[in-house]
Design a protein around this ligand. Structure first.
Ligand code: CA
Length: 276
């Protein structure tokens, strides 16, 4: 619906931006810059959700030339599908999409159930929009946007913001490989090792472990874990949490270590080593 309202000025402004020359001499271009890479040495994956073809192509072509891996979507539904199937490291989302508002897509990502959905609710999202009012920006951030760029935008500024978001998201404690004593958790491959031996966990058990392992000595309240692991919709279902924690403890401790401690009346924490 908003396509017509923001397309015309955008096309002109975007076209006026000098496209970055492929392989051009931006600093750190020769070796893959750290900021350009995702979790490991592979290029960061960026999803562009934008119905205006010229803008989408402009972004995709230039970001691709700058070393990112690109996915494109022209509608909110397609964007959501891409997030579920391509696991981007960052999404740039236009607000005016033919089948809905980019804010709805953003909300759907943020409210996603970490377990039954394949969407990462913490996916870095940058809103791209022709709506420049303070109220619009506030609405964007209130709905969970990590950044907000108003059209017309400068391409170098966009890249700077992308790199800043990627740097920040890589520092998230739950993304890197976690090690707690003899326990190793790899969020990307979803592998769990105790003393080097793989432990098979259900999806929910894994998510619970990942949450606990992010800060192994901290006591997480039940509410925190339910909210973070099960999502907003199941708050209050503590019995579910307790049964998963019980099974998780049993599986981890089959290897002889004492992991996942129930702090009576409060919640859980993961500790390293044998606990009597
Ligand atoms: Ca649009």
């Amino acid at each position: 619906m908003a396509e017509s309202s923001d397309a015309a000025p955008l096309e002109r402004d975007v076209a006026a931006v000098e496209p970055a020359p492929a392989g051009g001499p931006r600093e750190g271009e020769s070796s893959p810059p750290e900021a350009r890479s995702g979790m490991d040495s592979s290029p960061a994956k960026i999803l562009v959700v934008e119905d205006h073809t010229a803008t989408r192509r402009f972004l995709a072509d230039n970001l691709l030339a700058d070393g990112y891996e690109l996915f494109e979507a022209a509608s909110a539904a397609d964007g959501r599908h891409r997030i579920e199937t391509d696991f981007p490291d960052l999404a740039i989302v236009d607000l005016g999409l033919p089948d809905g508002d980019g804010l709805d897509l953003l909300r759907a990502v943020r409210e996603t159930d970490r377990i039954s959905s394949r969407i990462d609710p913490d996916l870095p999202v940058m809103l791209l929009t022709g709506r420049a009012s303070e109220l619009d920006r506030v609405r964007g951030f209130r709905n969970g946007a990590d950044d907000y760029l108003v059209k017309p935008f400068s391409y170098p500024e966009l890249v700077g913001r992308i790199d800043a978001l990627l740097r920040r998201s890589r520092r998230r404690p739950n993304l890197g490989r976690l090690r707690v004593g003899q326990l190793e958790v790899d969020p990307l491959s979803r592998r769990v090792l105790v003393r080097g031996q793989p432990v098979s966990l259900s999806k929910k058990e894994f998510a619970l472990l990942r949450a606990l392992a992010a800060e192994p000595t901290r006591v997480f309240t039940r509410e925190e874990l339910l909210r973070g692991v099960w999502g907003f919709r199941t708050i209050g279902v503590t019995r579910t949490l307790d049964s998963h924690a019980f099974r998780l403890r049993k599986k981890l401790n089959a290897a002889g270590d004492g992991f996942v401690i129930n702090v009576w009346g409060v919640g859980y924490r993961l500790v390293d080593g044998r606990v009597e």
